[in-house]
Design a protein around this ligand. Structure first.
Ligand code: NAP
Length: 243
């Protein structure tokens, strides 16, 4: 018996990194999974590789019309959506001096506006399912500031706040909304050369593998976390415990 038996999940940014890892663990726990991404070739390859009850859909998370299509196609393949993982994101690290207005707006669009669109367009489907769990992937950058991180920090702090607003709004309908705040996880987003240098700053003295975050996301997607909503789940090897 899987911990996610009967769940229908959409995971954005599923063509690699943590999104693909979430998909793998969700399938192992019995969920039906739709992964989406702008990277079509890579996304199809992940779905083929994992196999089973998984489908890939090409999807730009900044486009409302594409969200409507993704939700409709998920429903027709697997039934009403019960889990949404808003995971797609980009990191564009630049000083305020160096960052252009267009770059700033692009980060906000992909990391923040997408979360609004995802929650808005999945809601009618979760109402049909009569329950739901929305997991918004923020970051430790959604809890404290970092250097050269004006747009990324702004977008991830926004996700932390949006999660709380949505949790209050959707609570009476049995739809839970939580944010996840990973520390430094070894994915394509993190340049390999920086990993060992960053590890020294972490109390556990190491960065993490995507599966270590996936186990937390499985818990939030499952009924085991039924009383958790509007909360911040930090998974960072102790990094934010430091001054
Ligand atoms: P990743 O490997 O780069 O995966 C993110 C995926 O989202 C990529 O395939 C990316 O495509 C895709 N994407 C970008 N723009 C998109 C759009 N408009 N529509 C749909 N998909 C889009 O990164 P990751 O490290 O797994 O990160 C996943 C999430 O965790 C992000 O929200 C990130 O901010 C967050 N996070 C990561 C870390 C970490 O240490 N890795 C820590 C804290 C939080 P491209 O490759 O073409 O951009």
């Amino acid at each position: 018996m899987g911990r996610l038996d009967g769940k229908v999940a959409i995971i954005t940014g599923g063509a690699g990194g943590m999104g693909a890892s979430y998909a793998k663990r969700f399938l192992e726990e019995g969920a039906n999974v739709v992964i989406t991404d702008i990277l079509e070739k890579e996304g199809r390859a992940v779905a083929e590789d994992l196999g089973g009850n998984i489908k890939f859909l090409e999807h730009d998370v900044t486009k409302a019309a594409e969200w409507e299509k993704v939700v409709a196609e998920t429903e027709s393949s697997f039934g009403p959506v019960s889990v949404l993982v808003n995971n797609a994101g980009i990191a564009l690290l630049k000083s305020i001096d160096q960052m252009t207005e267009a770059q700033y707006r692009r980060v906000i669009d992909i990391n923040q506006v997408s979360v609004f669109l995802g929650m808005k367009y999945v809601l009618p489907s979760m109402r049909k399912a009569e329950h739901g769990s929305i997991i918004n992937i923020s970051s430790i950058s959604g809890l404290r500031g970092n250097s050269d991180s004006i747009a990324y920090d702004a977008s991830k702090f926004a996700v932390t706040g949006m999660t709380k607003s949505a949790a209050i709004e959707f609570g009476k309908e049995g739809i839970r909304v939580n944010s996840v705040h990973p520390g430094i996880i070894e994915t394509p987003m993190i340049r390999k050369s920086r990993v060992s240098q960053l590890a020294k700053k972490i109390p556990l003295q190491r960065t993490a593998q995507p599966v270590e975050v996936s186990n937390l996301v499985v818990y939030l997607a499952s009924d085991e976390s039924n009383y958790a909503t509007g909360s911040e789940f930090v998974i960072d090897g102790g990094l934010t415990a430091k001054l």
